[in-house]
Design a protein around this ligand. Structure first.
Ligand SMILES: Nc1ncnc2c1ncn2[C@@H]1O[C@H](COP(=O)(O)OP(=O)(O)O)[C@@H](O)[C@H]1O
Ligand SMILES: [Mg+2]
Length: 491
């Protein structure tokens, strides 16, 4: 098209509404802080310090690093929304993407974003995006402002950057008083989740000593989802997924059964922020950075019996667009071309995971070998399955014997044993994998047996003085007779 011949008019985005849109990108506090830490890592920082000062509605969050820092002009460039072109190929270690992260992550949580930075050989400088000022002036203008106490916060470093969030309206209601205990607790809980998220998201950086991340005074320990220090963790051979000349690596892990963890404490630690069932699934990394934790990427549902299965996927950052990595770096969609391979790899790991989850029964069986006498047997009739009590089990036989002379205690013991041993996990797993094939309760129960029991109970009720209608009404309320209304009417 020959643009030179066409009339033109400017259509500049309206500053205040545009910047409000940035707030709605869907970060939460932990993903927002992680995005700021990304920048510190890209800037070559060795240490990152995350901190907050509780002041109720005036609470402040700071993230400081000792990376390369920026000059005043570079801060301004960095504060510009879209400061980097996402189509440029990035250095393999660069964690940025759209040139938006710092702004969108910050605005999602606060109304004032201050960047103080110092480049080696320069004086420190600072600039602030203040959403109230933008709303007032409708201008894309930074103000030279910083909370007083931070003006010289990095002057004693050779270089580095400090990000300061104030007016955290999305985290704490602005009118909250410092002494509001409930609000403080709520903030503490949210803040604790940030710590867990950072420990997980950057675990590879922490483990390989690329960076130390401090939480107030304390260093954050890495949280590795795959429990590599547990002896009984099962590791699958990795597999490559090819995309033209690029490849991603998949590697499966099955965590040990609870009883095989080195300690109860380590078992609890390994469950992560939201517990084992939530933590199953793929863990997608770009370089050392964890992007997405515990998702089956719409290939499977999360189910309890796969809760020990975790599979890493390692992507180079050149595959961002194929995997649809979003601005928040928190979602990804595998390309259609690799979904089948991914699914079949995951199926193997999931099967092993299910075995480990069921391991109790198996261990017992192994110990007893061929002579093992289970209490329950799986029964197959046609294509329908059910579980039945094993009449050949010696304990059941003994109870039958005891019942001849001592019926009431024998029956009570039998009932207790049934209550305690119903193979619920196995039933649950079968139920979710072969949903419609479970035998309907009482569907093949011997009708003459039911009839006999009904008659006996009916006679007892009549003998105790009830009239026929009353007796029938009572029987209809007793399971399993409620399923046999027609038989009751015939009495
Ligand atoms: N902590 C930091 N140290 C040095 N430079 C930084 C820091 N944070 C941000 N920057 C600069 O600001 C730019 C914009 O950051 P950001 O909005 O997160 O987008 P992106 O990370 O996608 O480039 C970065 O590319 C970097 O040049
Ligand atoms: Mg960034």
């Amino acid at each position: 098209m020959d643009y030179s011949k066409l009339p033109k008019t400017e259509a500049v985005p309206e500053a205040s509404s545009m910047i409000e849109t940035f707030r709605a990108i869907g970060y939460n506090l932990e993903t927002a802080v992680a995005d700021i830490v990304d920048n510190s890592i890209s800037a070559g920082a060795k240490n990152v310090y995350i901190d907050r000062i509780w002041e109720g509605g005036n609470t402040i969050i700071t993230i400081k690093d000792d990376g390369c820092g920026m000059s005043s002009d570079e801060i301004v460039e960095a504060m510009r929304p879209g400061s980097h072109n996402p189509l440029e190929t990035r250095a393999a270690n660069d964690l940025g993407r759209f040139g938006l992260g710092m702004k969108t992550a910050s605005f999602s949580q606060c109304r004032k974003l201050t960047v103080i930075s110092k480049k080696a050989g320069y004086h420190s400088a600072y600039w602030t995006w203040d959403l109230d000022y933008v709303a007032l002036t409708h201008k894309w203008e930074l103000i030279r402002w910083t909370p007083d106490e931070y003006a010289d916060a990095i002057d004693n470093q050779k270089s580095g950057t400090m990000i300061i969030w104030t007016d955290l309206d999305r985290v704490i209601p602005p009118s909250t008083s410092v002494s509001d205990i409930a609000a403080k607790q709520k903030f503490s809980d949210a803040w604790a989740r940030v710590k867990s998220h950072i420990a997980m998201t950057f675990h590879r950086f922490i483990e390989s000593n690329v960076i130390s991340i401090y939480w107030g005074e304390n260093i954050i320990d890495a949280w590795n989802p795959f429990c590599l220090s547990e002896k009984k963790t099962q590791i699958f051979p990795s597999e490559s997924l090819y995309f033209g000349s690029q490849k991603a690596e998949v590697k499966g892990y099955v965590l040990p059964h609870k009883n095989n963890f080195s300690s109860e404490e380590n078992y609890r630690k390994a469950e992560g922020m939201y517990g084992y069932p939530a933590a199953q699934g793929f863990y997608i990394y770009r370089g050392k950075r964890l992007l997405l934790a515990g998702s089956w990427l719409n290939l499977f549902r999360k189910e309890d019996h796969y809760k020990l299965v975790r599979i890493s996927i390692d992507l180079p950052n050149t595959l961002d667009s194929e995997w649809q990595i979003d601005i928040k770096k928190s979602t990804a969609t595998p390309p259609i071309s690799c979904r089948e391979q991914l699914r079949s790899y995951a199926l193997d790991v999931r099967n092993k995971g299910m075995e480990v989850y069921r391991h109790r029964g198996k261990i017992l069986k192994k110990k007893a070998g061929a002579n093992f006498q289970p209490l329950w047997l799986e029964k197959k009739k046609g294509n329908k399955w059910s579980f039945v009590v094993n009449r050949e089990n010696q304990l059941i036989k003994n109870l039958q014997e005891e019942a001849k002379t001592n019926p009431v205690p024998a029956i009570n013991k039998l009932l207790r044993i049934i209550e305690e041993s119903i193979p619920t996990p196995t039933i649950f797993i079968k139920q979710s994998s072969e949903e419609n094939l479970q035998k309907e309760p009482f569907s093949d129960m011997d009708i003459s047996l039911i009839k006999e029991m009904l008659c006996r109970m009916y006679d007892n009720l009549i003998a105790s003085g009830q009239v026929s209608e009353q007796a029938k009404a009572v029987l209809k309320t007793i399971e399993p007779f409620n399923n046999y209304e027609d038989l009751i009417e015939e009495l």
